[in-house]
Design a protein around this ligand. Sequence first.
Ligand SMILES: [Zn+2]
Length: 192
Amino acid sequence: MSLRIVHYNEPVLRTKGEKVITFDAALAELATEMVETMHEAGGIGLAAQQVGRPLQLCVVDLREADAEFTWEIDGARPPLDLFMPLVLANPKLSVAPGTSESSLEEGCLSFPKIRGEITRPEAISVKFQDERGVPHQLACDGLFARCIQHEIDHLNCVLFIERMARATRAEIDEAVKTLARETKAAAKNKSS
Ligand SMILES: [Zn+2]
């Protein structure tokens, strides 16, 4: 079953995700539904906030991404097919001092049709638990690192428009305001 994707500026996008403590069938089912929702929407990442659940939980799948990147998970470099879609619960991001940064245009499933260039560290490492609660350590770069940073931002209620340079943000301002108005109107129609 695919879930409804929350659009800007629904309040849940501004709610910090709670730590995942119980790794039960309900959590696994939520993760599966998030993966289905992400695939259906053609995205490469989705955070729990984006389906209305403020939890430290996100999913990513870069198997279809047309980009070069490297990764190491638990000290090995398995093929992507073996560990994607990847479920990350309670991810803890770290960026090594001196890591170079790069800029790339990003989109977000909560901001349909809005895109903008964002500068982020090129490589990261992240500690997380999978949907069964098993801890893992991942190091990655390129689009993989960018995608995970974007999703972890959601878990901490940071939206990609807040990472944009002032000039980039100004260019999309009208579209962002229109989206916020549409989201508000849709919520009103639903409750009346
Ligand atoms: Zn997003």
